[in-house]
Design a protein around this ligand. Structure first.
Ligand code: 5GP
Ligand code: ZN
Length: 115
């Protein structure tokens, strides 16, 4: 928990959000400014600022996030049409919230360009 972190506050129910999934390692909720019909954020419960701070002991969390993404994509009806995961890390990637998060995007044809 980081006192000023908005995602820690969402995880701890100090501010509201549309939470779709939570378990012992991760929480998933709708992005407040959706860029696709389905735009979810999957975050670890523990405060890891970004991938620069990733440690070997976090590997289970990263694996778990991907399994949660697969389930959420399936529940959101995206398994056939496709979906995209994005992790922004640092200023050049426009990371705006310093709590590691994976964007799950789908529900429309994405751009073929990634950057
Ligand atoms: P980033 O740019 O750091 O990769 O992504 C941060 C994401 O968090 C953005 O897509 C932004 O819309 C979302 N976001 C920022 N503040 C809130 C919030 O208070 N609630 C929710 N649900 N999403 C937020
Ligand atoms: Zn945090």
């Amino acid at each position: 928990m980081s006192d000023q972190c908005i995602f820690c506050k969402i995880i701890n129910r100090q501010i509201p959000s549309d939470i779709l999934h939570e378990d012992e390692l991760v929480v998933a909720f709708r992005d407040i400014n959706a860029q696709a019909p389905v735009h979810l954020l999957i975050v670890p419960r523990i405060h890891i600022p970004n991938l620069n701070e990733l440690l070997p002991e976090h590997s289970a969390i990263l694996g778990h996030i991907h399994l949660a993404a697969k389930s959420l994509a399936n529940e959101s009806g995206l398994a056939e049409t496709g979906w995209r995961l994005v992790i922004n890390c640092g200023p050049d990637a426009c990371q705006s919230v310093l709590h590691l998060h994976v964007h799950l995007l789908g529900g429309r044809q994405m751009s073929g360009r990634m950057a």
